[in-house]
Design a protein around this ligand. Structure first.
Ligand code: PMP
Length: 357
């Protein structure tokens, strides 16, 4: 080993879902939105002039921060934006979890939390979800250096009622509690209203799912201005020009079309509920998801076998070879047509292979 190799930071990186480059695939593996963003977004994209390339972007992300503050009824000082919610979350980890006490999060949740904790040297303790994959608020009433959980949780899709979220936040006023609401727009109730009452609560959301803009990388956090100021201080100590100008402009534009947003989200929720019925008829079980994905398990057919069979048919879903997850598949809710194709395949496959009578 060369001397310098000894000093390379040892990290175990996050493994993102596959982005297959072939054209004809049904892509249900990374929780993208199957519908395009609001029509105004595409129109603006075509009208952009070359200055968006030539000049640095606004480091304060002013137009987007203002649009978000207006949309969510908060002041601009209570909004932080970043390159996808991954960037926002990483900044929050770096900013808030420095007490040396363990960060608490569920054993089954977004697998990036462990990775950031590892990268930044933050000790953590995972809290075991109950048999039905539910978060138990009482597990979060112990000494800690911070708390984070997704709501709805990923990859289960289960939503934790707002009174339980408040129970956790109010019991931990000496720590920062982050609620990662990447999937909140698909029927859950946001904890944003609680940020007015609790200065230790940070709510993080994204344009990647409900606003169909995963490729633009837009995420944001809302919380007390002291939290936001602290995150900005860290951001400006690291990289001041985070979001590129097209993302800033297109994200701002997306927020103007509330009607389109509501319609697209309703379509996904409708398809999700219909998909639950179809999975049920085929014998699958799953937690009652409030997100844009379902976490399904078949009593007879091993998840990994099914994952491979689907992939062979160019249907991509997500499989996690991890404890408690390995007999499940996470299936993003696509268009009705995509889901119909999925169920047509599943029906035949399960019968032909003796997994179903
Ligand atoms: N939080 C959760 C729970 C997620 O599933 C994801 C998507 N991988 C993210 C955050 C990050 O999404 P993005 O960076 O695209 O906003």
């Amino acid at each position: 080993m060369r001397e310098w190799e000894k000093y390379i930071r040892k990290v175990e990186p996050y493994v993102p879902g596959e982005q297959p480059q072939a054209e004809k695939v049904i892509k249900l593996n990374t929780n993208e939105n199957p519908y395009p963003p609001a029509p105004g977004v595409e129109k603006l994209l075509h009208e952009m002039d070359a200055d968006v390339f030539r000049k640095y972007p606004d480091p304060a992300c002013g137009c987007l921060v203002k649009a978000l503050a207006d949309r969510y009824g908060v002041s601009e000082k209570e909004v932080f934006t970043g390159v996808g919610s991954d960037d926002v979350l990483a900044t929050a980890f770096l900013t808030f979890f420095n007490s040396g006490k363990p960060l608490l999060f569920p054993d089954v949740s977004y697998s990036f939390y462990k990775v950031w904790a590892g990268l930044f040297g933050i000790p953590y303790e995972t809290q075991v979800l109950d048999e039905e994959f539910r978060i138990r608020p009482e597990d979060y009433k112990k000494e800690n250096g911070g708390i984070i959980f997704p709501n709805p949780n990923a990859p289960t899709g289960l939503f934790l009622e707002l009174n339980a979220v408040e129970d956790i936040v109010s019991a931990n006023q000496d720590s920062v509690v982050i609620v990662d609401e990447a999937y909140i727009d698909f029927g859950g109730k946001s904890a944003l209203s609680l940020t007015k009452k609790y200065d230790n609560l940070l709510v993080v959301q994204t344009f990647s799912k409900s606003r169909s803009m995963a490729g633009m990388r837009i995420g944001f956090a809302i919380g007390d201005q002291k939290l936001i100021q602290a995150m900005n201080n860290v951001k400006y100590s690291y990289n001041s020009y985070t979001m590129n100008t097209p993302s800033l402009l297109l994200g701002t534009e997306a927020l103007k079309d509330e009607a389109y947003f509501q319609t697209a989200v309703s379509k996904i929720m409708e398809t999700r509920e219909w998909s639950k019925e179809c999975f049920r008829k085929l014998g699958f079980t799953f937690p009652d998801s409030m997100a844009n994905f379902l976490f399904v398990s078949h009593p007879a057919c091993p998840a990994e076998t099914l994952f491979e069979a689907l992939k062979e048919r160019h249907i991509y879903v997500r499989y996690f070879r991890e404890e408690r997850l390995a007999d499940h598949l996470r299936v993003t809710v696509g268009t009705r047509k995509e889901m119909e194709e999925l169920f047509r395949f599943l029906e035949i496959y399960l019968k032909e292979n003796g997994y179903q009578n």
